[in-house]
Ligand binder design. Structure first.
Ligand SMILES: Cc1cc2nc3c(=O)[nH]c(=O)nc-3n(C[C@H](O)[C@H](O)[C@H](O)COP(=O)(O)O)c2cc1C
Length: 462
């Protein structure tokens, strides 16, 4: 039997603690985003379809990207209990300098297309947060403009070695003069990947107005207002003749780049040199032996070779083979601070984010970039506390298991009952079918236990 009484006015008043409404629409919008996927939703609503798809999309069937994100979701963490971790130090040393957190901003081409503040927002946000920013060869803000936006922070320059070597090396020299401390030499783009969304959208550079784009613009007036009232959208360092991004890349890129170019780069670049787009153990070893300062395991966010190996999956074996002193970094698919923590635990020295930053940019310019960084910061901090670690150095391979989903055929087929226990792919990766993505997985060569998915990552930090 419930005992009832008249509601007491004082108790009612206590319940009615209404929050002051946030009158700043952008702030309200960004604060409502609790995850990078939330920022993506906002970005999608506010950005014309062709620009959003150029950013969000990947190559061919977009399997590489889906698998990379899935691999992060397939992480199992192993926390230690009764380990006080009240204050967490997320800072780290990377390539001879500090970073307040174990991630930086990856190079992205044509960034002002997503939102007019483009690289200035990225570099400014990175500088304020104490993490490095990378400017792409195909950037839409000049080298000097980025330096001005991030005068005291770390700026890195990404180099495409193009057919016209004078242009490429000239840009590298300019970036060195402007004080950029690291050069990322991207090697996974001998030709452009097939970005089918761009083709389907008729997306070209410079963007062309069609009936479709005009209809799509109606619910997105602010993007168009920005686009039409700010300096022309163009590559800051290259003159282009127009076409799809793929056509432009194919015209500019040189499929014959080789180790000789690395030798030239070493002559002209005074700072650190890292090679971006490494996708197997042999190349990792060869590059480290050749004396580069670091490698980035990356498949370009799935925008080049579709069905390429998952960089996060390659990580444990690469680290084991090149040794713990080598600087191995990883990108592709990072959407959560926990993805970053897992990468560091498995031996990455650093990580890069591409789309996670661009979704923030599209959702709200510089404030959106700040929001991306804040979300990742709180996710990293929370994950570390929940794991019972208080510094980056304490993260160990034993904290992470990579649960096995795709198993190579013909290396060591899993026992039938183990295969049956692999969870079905979630809807975000409906097209991810079994394929040879885990050639380097340690577990693939071990007989699988019937009970569960297997670890592929907790071997050694090396
Ligand atoms: C819109 C866009 C443009 C990109 N442009 C470049 C580029 O110019 N040079 C480069 O080396 N990588 C480029 N990348 C790849 C990123 O540097 C990075 O490797 C990738 O975005 C990581 O995957 P994520 O987006 O899942 O974080 C681009 C990625 C995106 C999404």
């Amino acid at each position: 039997m419930v005992t009832r009484q008249f509601p007491k006015p004082a108790e009612l008043l206590e319940l009615m603690q209404f929050k002051k409404p946030e009158l700043d629409g952008k702030k309200r919008r960004l604060e409502s985003a609790l995850t990078i996927y939330d920022l993506r939703d906002i970005a999608k609503r506010r950005t014309p379809k062709a620009a959003f798809d150029y950013t969000d999309g990947a190559a061919e069937g977009e399997l590489s990207l889906a698998r990379a994100r899935q691999a992060f979701e397939d992480v199992e963490f192993h926390p230690d209990v009764l380990r006080p971790a009240e204050n967490v130090d997320m800072s780290t040393e990377i390539l001879g300098g500090p970073s307040a957190m174990p991630f930086g901003i990856a190079p992205t081409g044509f960034t002002r297309l997503m939102q007019t503040e483009g690289e200035v927002a990225g570099a400014g946000g990175a500088g304020a947060a104490g993490i490095p920013f990378t400017l792409s060869t195909l950037g839409t803000t000049s080298i000097e403009g980025v330096k001005a936006a991030n005068p005291n922070g770390r700026n890195w320059f990404q180099l495409y070695v193009m057919r016209d070597r004078d242009i490429s090396y000239g840009l590298a020299r300019r970036a060195a003069e402007a004080g950029f401390d690291t050069l990322q030499f991207t090697v996974d783009t001998p030709v452009a990947g097939a970005r089918l969304r761009d083709k389907r959208n008729g997306f070209s550079i410079p963007p062309q107005l069609t009936l479709g784009t005009i209809i799509n613009a109606i619910p997105r007036p602010w993007w168009w207002y920005d686009f039409l009232t700010t300096p022309k959208l163009e590559f800051a360092s290259l003159s282009t003749t127009g076409g799809t991004v793929g056509e432009l890349l194919n015209a500019a890129m040189d499929p014959t780049i080789s180790y000789d170019d690395l030798t030239v780069i070493r002559d002209i670049w005074p700072g650190k040199i890292v090679v971006k787009g490494v996708q197997n153990v042999a190349d990792s070893k060869r590059l480290i032996d050749a004396g580069v300062d670091g490698i980035i395991l990356s498949n370009h966010g799935g925008r080049q070779l579709d069905r390429a190996p998952i960089p996060f999956r390659l990580l444990p074996e690469v680290v084991r083979e090149v040794g713990k002193d080598a600087t191995v970094m990883v990108d592709t698919g990072i959407m959560n601070g926990a993805d970053i923590v897992a990468s560091i635990a498995l031996g990455a020295k650093f990580t890069l984010i591409g789309r996670a930053y661009l979704y923030g940019l599209m959702a709200g310019g510089r404030q959106g970039v700040d929001r991306t960084i804040a979300i990742l910061r709180s996710e990293i901090e929370r994950t570390m506390k929940l794991l019972g670690v208080s510094s980056i150095a304490e993260l160990e391979p034993r904290h992470v298991t990579q649960l096995q989903r795709l198993v190579p055929v013909g290396v060591a087929a899993p026992a039938p009952e183990a295969a049956a226990s692999v969870p079905a792919p979630r809807p975000r990766t409906p097209r991810a079918t079994a394929a040879s993505t885990a050639k380097t997985d340690a577990a693939a060569s071990r007989p699988a236990k019937p009970s569960a998915a297997k670890s592929t990552g907790s071997a050694t930090k090396a």
